[in-house]
Structure formats: C-alpha cells, structure tokens
Design a protein around this ligand. Structure first.
Ligand SMILES: NC(=O)c1ccc[n+]([C@@H]2O[C@H](COP(=O)([O-])OP(=O)(O)OC[C@H]3O[C@@H](n4cnc5c(N)ncnc54)[C@H](O)[C@@H]3O)[C@@H](O)[C@H]2O)c1
Length: 175
C-alpha cells in the first residue's frame, strides 16, 4: 500500500492508496467510534455499497447509510439538512464517523455536514472519481453551493483519513 502523510494545522492524517482499499475500510475506523454512516448516492451505492458495508461490518458497530441525489445541483443546504435530519433521528453522537463515498460532490457535502453536525464530528474520504482522488478529498475544503454562487458556504475541515481504491475508477464513464 502507498501511504502519504498530510500535515495540516489540525494534525496529521494519512492518504492510504491501493487497489483493494474498499475491502479494508474497517481498518480506518478509530477504536472509540460509536457508529458509522456512509454517505453516497444511488449510483455509487449500487456499484460499491455492498463491498464497503461488508468491510465495515467487521467493526461490529451500528452502521447506517444515506443516499443523497446525484449531481452538482444537489450540492446545497437542502441536502445538508436531509443529512442532519437523518443523523439526529439515528442519534448519531459526537463519536460517530461519517464516510464520504463518492466524487467531489459527495466529499464536499459530507465534509461540510461533518464539520457542523454537533459542532464537528470525524469523517473519512473515500473518493471514487479521478478529480476527487487527486484533488478534492485532500486539503480540507468543504462546502455547498448557494443560488448566488458555487461553493459560497463552507468550512476548512480535515478528514481523519483518505482511503483511495484505484480500481473504482474502472466504472467511470470517460466518454
Ligand atoms: N473540496 C475541494 O478542494 C474541491 C476541489 C475540486 C473540486 N471540488 C468539487 O468537486 C465537485 C466535482 O467532483 P467530481 O468531478 O468528482 O463530480 P461528481 O462528484 O459529481 O461525480 C461525477 C459523476 O460520477 C459518478 N461517479 C462517482 N464515482 C463513480 C465511479 N467510481 N464509477 C461510476 N460513476 C461514478 C457520480 O455519481 C456523478 O454522477 C464539484 O462540486 C467541485 O466544486 C472540490
């Protein structure tokens, strides 16, 4: 496995890269975690949800999933509210961990939700597009769009790790 250490002002985190990282996601979950919530969309969940959930089930922790609508047009506060509503209904506490499984849209929305829910809970980036693997999952920029502009609302908030499975790029449509 390739490991890159990222130094941020809030601490150091790892980018773990290999060709089967999805099957080892459980190894990224901190010991004191109380619940895990995977955030993705229908397309990504259909492609990779079963593998991710099977790996995470090895932690024995309660596991939830949220599917948000696919597309940049849903990168907004309405979608963030849907995530908050679900997290509150499930009583996810400050030791819950969110998993952003998807492209830059999922990563930006999930990072923003993680940075503001209960004043900040941990999240892991599992980027599944080329852009998100090489750019948006690293650096800690989170956010959503406003009708008056793109990425107008957001935070700087680092993930606890970035888990990159390069084989998920196989299903991208490059046409
Ligand atoms: N935070 C940052 O630093 C940063 C940097 C650059 C871009 N961004 C943001 O990233 C977003 C764009 O991200 P993107 O290009 O990844 O687009 P995206 O997240 O919209 O994903 C593109 C499409 O690919 C699908 N998809 C994702 N992974 C797939 C896979 N493995 N196989 C098949 N389909 C898959 C998605 O469902 C979606 O339909 C923008 O909102 C942009 O603002 C953020």
């Amino acid at each position: 496995m390739n490991i890159i250490n990222v130094k941020a002002s809030s601490g150091t985190y790892q980018i773990n890269i290999n060709s089967s990282r999805l099957d080892h996601l459980h190894t990224a979950i901190p010991e004191d975690t109380t619940s895990i919530v995977i955030i993705s969309n229908n397309k990504i969940n259909n492609l990779y949800g079963t593998r991710a959930k099977f790996a995470l089930s090895k932690t024995g922790l309660p596991q939830y999933e949220i599917e948000i609508p696919d597309g940049e047009m849903h990168k907004n506060l309405n979608t963030v509210k849907q995530i908050f509503d679900y997290l509150l209904q499930k009583r996810v506490d400050r030791k819950g961990v969110l998993i952003a499984m998807g492209g830059g849209v999922i990563g930006d929305i999930t990072g923003f939700a993680a940075s503001t829910y209960l004043r900040g809970i941990r999240f892991i980036q599992v980027p599944t597009t080329l852009l998100s693997q090489v750019d948006s999952s690293v650096g800690g920029k989170t956010g959503v769009n406003h009708e008056m502009g793109k990425n107008m609302i957001g935070t700087f908030y680092q993930p606890i790790s970035v888990e990159i499975d390069i084989n998920v790029l196989d299903t991208l449509d490059f046409s």
